[in-house]
Design a protein around this ligand. Structure first.
Ligand SMILES: NC(=O)c1ccc[n+]([C@@H]2O[C@H](COP(=O)([O-])OP(=O)(O)OC[C@H]3O[C@@H](n4cnc5c(N)ncnc54)[C@H](OP(=O)(O)O)[C@@H]3O)[C@@H](O)[C@H]2O)c1
Length: 329
C-alpha cells in the first residue's frame, strides 16, 4: 500500500514516519520539502526520554501526489484546506481516483465544499495522534529543510484515529480497510465510525474556544493571569458546546472538559500541568498559541456564522473572534 500524505507538518510527519515500516509513504509539499531525515519520538516521562523512536533517513516529497498512491491523507491546516483539496480534485493519473482521508477538522461548510470537489472519494477523519515539531536540524539549522526534523508525538491508546464510515465504491472500501489495517499494525490504532464528518466539527466547536483564548493571550500562563479573558473563554466554550451539540455528537472528553472549564479549575489545572506535564503545556502554547492563528481566525468566523444560522447564542464567540482578528499573525 502507498500512502501519500499532503502536508509535511507535525501531524503529517508523525503519521507518515510511524506508519512507514508497514507501507510506502510519500509527502506532498508546497515548498520547503524536508531535505534530511525525520525522527519521530513518542513522548516519554521526560522531555529528554522517548518511549519509542522511529525515523526515516530521507523523505520522498514532491509537489504532486505520487502516481502510485493508493490513498491520500490530508494534514494541512483548516485555513489551507480549500487550495490543497482543489489541487487533488484536478490531479491526473491513478491517484486521481484514490480515496482522500482528511485529518484536518472540517466545519460543515468546508465539508460540503470538499464533497462537491471530491465526491465519494472524500472521507472525514479524526486524528488519534498529537504531535509538534521540535527544534529543527541535527546540524542546528533553524530553517525548515536544513537538516533532520524532530517531531515529538503522543499516541493516546484511548483515542484511535476515526475514519468516516460511508458507502463508497468496492475499491475505495477495500483501500480504506487496508489503510486502517496497515496503520493499526503500525501502532496507529484506526477505526471506522458513522458520522465522523459531524463528530469532528461538533467536538471542535466544543473545545476550540478554550484554545482560541490561549492564542489571544499568547500562552496558558498569560491566559490564567487575565481574569477577563478567562471569563470570556469559559462563556465562549459554553456557547461552543451548545453549538457543537447541534452539529453532531460531541466526543465525551470534549464535553466533559468544557463543562469542567471554570476559571478556578482552569487555573488549578494549568498549575498542576506545568509541574506534571510541562511538555504538554509547551505543546498547547506553541500549537494553539501561535501556530494555528490563521486557522483560529477562520474557524471562529465559521462558528459565529453557524451559531447565527442555527439560532444559538454567540455573543462570547463573536467577542473572541474579534479579539483573534485584531492580532496580527
Ligand atoms: N499537530 C497535532 O497534534 C494535531 C492534532 C489534531 C489535529 N490537528 C489538526 O491537523 C491540522 C494540521 O496540524 P499540524 O500541527 O500538522 O500543522 P502544521 O505543522 O502547520 O502542518 C501543516 C502542513 O501542511 C502544509 N501545507 C499547507 N498547504 C499545503 C498544500 N496545498 N500542499 C502541501 N502541503 C501543504 C504546510 O506547509 P507550510 O508550512 O508551507 O504552510 C505545513 O507543513 C490542523 O488543522 C490541526 O488543527 C493537529
Amino acid at each position: 500500500m502507498h500512502v501519500a500524505i499532503v502536508g509535511a507538518g507535525a501531524l503529517g510527519l508523525a503519521y507518515g514516519v510511524w506508519g512507514a515500516g508497514h507501507c510506502d509513504v510519500s509527502f506532498v509539499v508546497r515548498r520547503n520539502a524536508p531535505r534530511g531525515g525525520v525522527r519521530v519520538e513518542q513522548v516519554g516521562r521526560t522531555k529528554e526520554r522517548a518511549r519509542e523512536v522511529r525515523q526515516l533517513a530521507s523523505v520522498r516529497a514532491s509537489t504532486e501526489v505520487a502516481p502510485e498512491a493508493d490513498v491520500i491523507v490530508v494534514t494541512v491546516r483548516a485555513d489551507q484546506l480549500a487550495s490543497a483539496l482543489a489541487s487533488l480534485a484536478t490531479g491526473s493519473g491513478a491517484a486521481s481516483d484514490a480515496p482522500v482521508v482528511v485529518l484536518t477538522p472540517m466545519m460543515p461548510a468546508a465539508y460540503l465544499k470538499a464533497r462537491a470537489l471530491l465526491g465519494n472519494r472524500l472521507r472525514a477523519a479524526m486524528p488519534g495522534v498529537v504531535a509538534y515539531l521540535a527544534e529543527t536540524g541535527a546540524d542546528g539549522g533553524a530553517e525548515r529543510g536544513s537538516g533532520d526534523l524532530r517531531v515529538r508525538a503522543w499516541f493516546p491508546a484511548a483515542a484511535p484515529t476515526f475514519i468516516d464510515e460511508l458507502r463508497g465504491t468496492a475499491d475505495q472500501q477495500t483501500t480504506l480497510a487496508a489503510l486502517a489495517e496497515t496503520w493499526s499494525a503500525a501502532g496507529l490504532a484506526t477505526r471506522f465510525a458513522m458520522g465522523v464528518h459531524e463528530i469532528n466539527p461538533a467536538t471542535t466547536a466544543a473545545f476550540i474556544p478554550l484554545t482560541m483564548a490561549v492564542d489571544v493571550a499568547g500562552s496558558l500562563d498569560a491566559l490564567v493571569a487575565d481574569a477577563a479573558l478567562l471569563d470570556l473563554a469559559v462563556r465562549a466554550a459554553d456557547e461552543g458546546l451548545a453549538l457543537g451539540a447541534r452539529l453532531g455528537q460531541v466526543a465525551p472528553w470534549a464535553a466533559l472538559m468544557t463543562r469542567l472549564a471554570r476559571p478556578s479549575l482552569i487555573k488549578l489545572g494549568v498549575a498542576v500541568a506545568r509541574r506534571s506535564a510541562a511538555e504538554a503545556c509547551g505543546y498547547v502554547d506553541g500549537h494553539f498559541g501561535r501556530k494555528l492563528h490563521a486557522q483560529n481566525v477562520a474557524m471562529a468566523t465559521e462558528l459565529v456564522e453557524l451559531a447565527k444560522e442555527r439560532g444559538e447564542a454567540h455573543a462570547a464567540l463573536e467577542e473572541l473572534r474579534a479579539r483573534l482578528a485584531s492580532i496580527s499573525s
